[in-house]
Design a protein around this ligand. Structure first.
Ligand code: SF4
Ligand SMILES: [Zn+2]
Ligand SMILES: [Zn+2]
Length: 304
């Protein structure tokens, strides 16, 4: 297999782009692809301050590395969820620390959910029959919004790639969750001063491509999956999409890009933004619920 650019030994084959690249040209291509994605969706400007949500996994660390190489002002945000199985959260945190040290002391913050709010995430929905991932999503969104607002960041960047986006899209399409379908996007604009703009600069990259990038650039990342992800439905949809991709290379990317195009062409009209938002009495975050936001209600339920 030869590199399309220099004829050297190719290490990555990307049939969806009719491209094979060597160990030198592959990282260059990934970095320029991410810059093109940032520009295409007007994610943020050159002088923006970006908070990168890092989990210790390959995607978010690859994203942070790429944004640093592209010269953006970034800081990492690691949320320690208190997942004790095989020390998952602590191992992930130490990999984030290791990454920052290897990148000239790149700035980052750690929010330990137990130390800050009083309990580990897996304790929150214990005995309620609800999936830990729902509590986890709520807690992560709340912390990301608050820390981005308090730190004065222009956007939160997350490491979602095509595989994540296509799996969520498939799940929402199969159920015709029109609200979610309208909202799924590489950029979620801020609809309130305390709710950060969210961007997904890896949304044109496949998962195997970000993994290859991390491996080639010697970025250590947590290889084990979160123990709760086994029950997460997205893994099931990822598996189906991988089967489709094997038969028809590029299908995953096409599925996602065609959806974005259809949206651009007006297939899904934008729902009206909530006209009024309340302010949570406890934490001050905006909410469409009554006096307490869902995050504060979650903790109220946990404590009672
Ligand atoms: S798999 Fe679920 S519990 Fe684990 S990090 Fe993801 S959302 Fe949180
Ligand atoms: Zn080459
Ligand atoms: Zn609140």
């Amino acid at each position: 297999m030869k590199c399309t650019k220099c004829g050297g030994v190719a290490v990555m084959n990307m049939p969806q782009h009719r491209l094979k690249l060597c160990a030198d040209h592959y990282p260059e291509w990934v970095i320029s692809m991410v810059q093109r994605t940032i520009d295409k969706y007007a994610m943020f400007d050159r002088d923006a301050r970006i908070l990168v949500a890092v989990s210790g996994g390959k995607d978010s660390l690859a994203l942070w590395d790429i944004l640093i190489r592209l010269g953006y002002e970034t800081a990492g945000l690691y949320i320690n969820l208190g997942i004790r199985h095989e020390s998952y959260s602590d191992v992930s945190e130490s990999l984030v620390e290791q990454f920052a040290a290897a990148h000239d002391g790149a700035p980052f913050e750690v929010v330990n959910v137990r130390e800050t709010f009083g309990a580990d995430v897996p304790e929150l929905f214990k005995d309620s029959g609800r999936h830990t991932c729902s509590a986890c999503g709520l807690v992560k969104r709340h912390i990301m919004n608050r820390w981005a607002h308090e730190g004065g960041y222009d956007a939160i960047a997350t490491g979602h790639q095509v595989d994540d986006e296509a799996a969520v899209l498939m799940q929402n399409t199969l159920h015709w969750h029109s609200g979610y379908l309208r909202r799924q996007s590489p950029v979620l604009p801020s609809i309130h001063p305390r709710l950060a703009r969210k961007v997904k600069p890896l949304c044109h990259l496949y998962e195997r491509e970000s993994a290859a990038y991390a491996l080639l650039l010697d970025i250590p990342y947590v290889e084990q999956e979160c123990p709760f992800s086994e029950r997460a439905k997205t893994l099931f949809y990822k598996d189906i999409l991988n089967q489709v991709e094997r038969r028809s290379p590029g299908a995953k990317l096409q599925f996602y890009l065609s959806y974005l195009k259809a949206k651009d062409e007006g297939l899904f009209t934008l729902e009206a933004l909530p006209s009024e938002m309340n302010t949570c009495e406890r934490c001050g975050q905006p909410t469409q619920a009554g006096e307490l936001c869902s995050f504060c209600r979650l903790w109220e339920a946990h404590r009672s």
